[in-house]
Ligand binder design. Structure first.
Ligand SMILES: *[C@@H]1O[C@H](CO)[C@@H](O)[C@H](O)[C@H]1NC(C)=O
Ligand SMILES: *[C@@H]1O[C@H](CO)[C@@H](O)[C@H](O)[C@H]1NC(C)=O
Ligand SMILES: *[C@@H]1O[C@H](CO)[C@@H](O)[C@H](O)[C@H]1NC(C)=O
Ligand SMILES: *[C@@H]1O[C@H](CO)[C@@H](O)[C@H](O)[C@H]1NC(C)=O
Ligand SMILES: *[C@@H]1O[C@H](CO)[C@@H](O)[C@H](O)[C@H]1NC(C)=O
Length: 481
């Protein structure tokens, strides 16, 4: 072993190991409309043994923020861009809207493929599908198994008159199986068939636990003491998702990939209080800029994460995941993204690189859902209407406000109103400090005004008749934009 060529030979032999240690497998799990108070590690009434075990083996992310609804968060996870700079700040993409996440964005899986990753998406897309270029297998994923829209029936796999399920590009009819089981089985089969000389990226955005409230009875039966049927069903959905995650981690172990896998878990927005999601003691819920809508249940564990059994309090934002995951994979993130590469901070449990973020800026149809909010240091400013859910809801409380029936003029009391909170002292937003601290209000408001100048107007087109599934054999299908 004395010559240089011998040394090179040894390095050559070691190369697969060197590569695999710098490029871990990455499992990025998204739970849909999953509440702050809907996980066992925070609420002992919730049965999530697999999630709890994974979270405790790494770091619970205590200040990990997302957007108030689905599409904007997913746009951030994939692209590292804020929704208000993508035209996606207003609600979520509806089935018949001819739009998608901007096609000039480079999605995370595209960058990971450059690093040699195989890339798989399993579950809900919700980033647009009016043309094929908008869909997962055209945006960096080798495979896709799931649906394009924002919600559907968990067994019939259909929504508003159209079937919505694909294996890659091929339409798939429902068999009556519950979607959490279908997704787990597909993830397990991809893992078992994975060529371990390559790193794997699996994006697993579950349908669970978005409405409609549906679950096989055995799961809701695990909650005999829960008072309302809707919460029983909802928690059953949570436990079915947890079981799916347990099955998938077991398969990673059986294949010998688990120790070399980085696992990230996050909600896409807060729990939907009308449909039994719960964010207590945080204020508000899905579609509000209060913490209950935007502070995600999240954790990170596995390959590269040095701290175990710990809680990470540094601020992470949805836009950070794209550059952070890319960095964990050994890539170099684009410095012009809104997202910050937080890999070093998360890897070591060190200080977050982020002290400021925009919750959202949406000035389209303010009477229904317009809102703007910003965080700077410990302070948060909400400018105008924060959204329909403004209270603090206990788990068994039935919240009747239906987001779709938002009262006309609900925003009136909030016109020109600012709310200021110190989230360090008052994380549940009980004490509005705006009158007491006008200088702080001005400081945050002027920063929000700066961001407002960068807004790309909301791209929220009216429904397109040509989208109709009847034109496409009954399936929601690309080809109409
Ligand atoms: C994408 O295109 C839009 C509109 O032309 C442009 O404003 C934006 O800067 C582009 N973004 C990227 C990341 O290329
Ligand atoms: C789905 O089922 C329908 C009948 O219900 C059948 O005509 C069609 O060929 C099936 N499509 C696929 C993709 O299996
Ligand atoms: C998990 O695996 C067990 C054992 O194979 C199976 O009975 C169960 O249905 C699976 N659950 C999910 C959600 O995939
Ligand atoms: C994975 O790591 C655990 C804990 O460090 C260890 O007990 C186990 O042997 C490792 N498994 C493999 C396949 O390396
Ligand atoms: C909304 O407010 C406007 C202005 O105050 C008022 O004219 C209108 O009647 C209100 N609409 C409803 C449905 O309350």
């Amino acid at each position: 072993m004395s010559t240089t060529s011998d040394l090179f030979f040894v390095i050559f032999l070691l190369l697969p190991y060197l590569v695999s240690s710098s490029s871990p497998n990455i499992l990025f799990i998204v739970a849909d409309d999953y509440g702050w108070n809907d996980v066992g590690f925070r609420n002992p009434d919730v049965i999530t043994p697999n999630i709890d075990k994974l979270a405790h083996s790494g770091m619970i992310l205590q200040s990990s923020y997302v957007m108030p609804v689905c599409t904007p968060s997913r746009n951030s996870f994939m692209s590292g861009h804020y929704a208000f700079k993508s035209g996606l700040q207003h609600l979520a993409i509806l089935p018949e809207q001819a739009t998608c996440s901007p096609l000039n964005y480079t999605f995370l899986p595209q960058k990971l493929k450059e690093l040699g990753y195989t890339t798989h998406a399993i579950g809900k897309w919700h980033l647009g599908f009016c043309k094929w270029e908008c869909t997962p297998t055209y945006r960096g994923f080798d495979t896709f198994y799931g649906y394009y829209n924002g919600q559907e029936d968990y067994y019939k796999l259909s929504v508003v008159g159209g079937k919505d399920f694909r294996d890659n590009k091929t339409p798939v009819n429902a068999t009556g199986e519950y979607s959490a089981h279908m997704y787990a089985r597909r993830a397990q089969s991809i893992i078992m068939n994975h060529d371990m000389s390559k790193p794997m990226y699996m994006y697993l955005p579950f349908q669970s636990v978005h409405e409609p409230l549906q679950v096989p009875a055995q799961y809701s039966a695990m909650y005999p003491n829960v008072k309302t049927q809707s919460r029983k069903t909802y928690l059953g959905m949570v436990t079915a998702m947890d079981e799916a995650i347990g099955n998938i981690t077991n398969t990673l172990k059986a294949k010998g990939m688990f120790n070399d896998t980085l696992i990230i878990f996050t909600a896409d927005n807060g729990g939907w209080t009308t449909f039994a999601g719960n964010n207590y003691p945080l204020r508000g819920g899905k579609a509000t800029v209060f913490e209950g809508g935007t502070r995600a249940t999240a954790f990170i564990t596995g390959a590269g994460i040095q701290k175990t059994n710990s809680v990470y309090n540094g601020i992470i934002h949805a836009v950070d995941w794209m550059p952070t995951v890319l960095s964990a994979a050994g890539g170099t993130p684009d410095p012009n993204l809104d997202g910050i590469d937080q890999w070093d901070s998360l890897r070591t449990g060190g200080e977050s690189k982020r002290t400021e973020f925009v919750y959202n800026i949406d000035d389209l149809k303010p009477e229904v859902c317009g809102h703007a909010a910003i965080r700077m240091g410990d302070y948060k400013l909400i400018d105008g209407y924060p959204g329909l859910y403004q209270g603090w809801y206990k788990p068994d409380e039935v919240v009747k406000d239906n987001y779709n029936d938002a009262p006309v003029n609900a925003t009136l009391p909030f016109v020109d109103k600012m709310m200021l909170f110190n989230l360090k002292e008052d994380p549940n937003e009980h004490v509005d400090l705006s009158k007491k601290l006008p200088d702080v209000v001005l400081k945050l408001k002027s920063r929000l005004d700066y961001y407002h100048k960068l807004i790309v107007p909301a791209n929220f087109p009216s429904n397109s008749k040509s989208a109709a599934p009847k034109n496409y054999g009954g399936f929601w299908t690309p080809g109409w934009c």
